[in-house]
Design a protein around this ligand. Structure first.
Ligand code: ATR
Length: 282
């Protein structure tokens, strides 16, 4: 019987998840279907509670429903509990399980593209303190980072995240980020700066260690001003698209019983799609 899964959220039309999972279903010849369901927040709790009755084996959840989805789970994994949100749901013995796979996607992408990225001192400098930042801070601490410095324009938001993780996560004012640059093994942009239509992120990279990695979670444009500058200075750089691809792996494996691979061909497919939508420069 065809295993049915979908992406849910509102609006859901922008999601690349059907393209991603559709590629894997075809590549592995799996009898599955990955669709789209527009689910406004007011109907979200009912929708997730009735996944099985609707014929779904699970779903992905995008904005603005991730917190609502979390609230109706029977079982949440640690990543979902830490974030208070879930983006991947599946049914097991009639119970609804959920996880947040953003942190996993971030780390798996680094492991795949820049081996040895986590360095010696295990110090990360993370810029920005929104939802994506919280997932990444958690993933870095899980990975064994000794210190994660979280710099944000609104210091209070960085303090709230830091308080959830203990002494390893240190909040810092955004304009003090340069002070820790020299010790960082990795610099991660989790702000919206550098996104198409937003101002560029301008940070001074001159004190960063030559072996440090510069990573951006923004993927429109693929090469943000930060990544361009970093590459010109000879740093290893990682764009945000790989995180998007890797975060889909755990869900696909749960629903369809096979761990899919993130390939260059898949990445090219997503890039072509972003271009066709006019979101990337030709
Ligand atoms: P998400 O949940 O998607 O990660 P968000 O909650 O909108 O995103 O967070 C955007 C991040 O970009 C925040 O850290 C924001 O800083 P504030 O918490 O001070 O708002 C940061 N950001 C946006 N514009 C910025 C700017 N001009 N300078 C510095 N940081 C900025």
């Amino acid at each position: 019987m065809t295993v049915r899964v979908c992406i849910t959220g509102s609006p859901v039309s922008y999601s690349r998840s059907p393209l991603l999972h559709g590629y894997w279903l075809k590549a592995y010849g799996i009898d599955g279907d990955y669709g789209r369901e527009e689910v406004p927040p007011a109907q979200a709790a009912d929708f997730y509670r009735s996944l099985a009755a609707r014929g779904y084996a699970g779903c992905n959840v995008t904005a603005p429903n991730k917190e609502i989805a979390f609230s109706v789970l029977d079982e949440a994994d640690e990543s979902a509990v830490i974030l208070g949100s879930a983006n991947t749901l599946w049914l097991e013995d009639g119970r609804l399980y959920g996880a947040s796979t953003d942190g996993y996607g971030f780390i798996a992408n680094l492991d795949a593209t820049v081996p040895g990225w986590d360095g010696e001192q295990k110090l990360a400098l993370v810029l920005g303190a929104g939802g994506a930042s919280r997932a990444i801070v958690h993933a870095l601490v899980q990975r064994g980072f000794e210190r994660v410095v979280l710099a944000n324009r609104t210091l209070g938001r960085a303090e709230v995240i830091a308080a959830a993780f203990g002494a390893k996560v240190v909040p810092l004012a955004f304009d003090k980020a340069a002070d820790v640059m020299a010790d960082a093994d990795i610099l991660v942009n989790c702000t919206s700066l550098g996104m198409k239509g937003a101002a560029p992120l301008t940070v001074d990279l001159s004190h960063l260690k030559p072996e440090a990695v510069v990573s951006d979670i923004v993927y429109v444009p693929l090469i943000t001003p930060l990544l361009k500058t970093a590459a010109e200075r000879g740093f290893r750089t990682v764009d945000g698209l790989g995180m998007l691809l890797h975060q889909g792996v755990p869900g696909f494996e749960r629903w369809f019983g096979m761990r899919p691979e993130v390939t260059a061909e898949l990445r090219d497919l997503l890039i072509s799609d972003l271009r066709a939508m006019g979101q990337l420069e030709a």
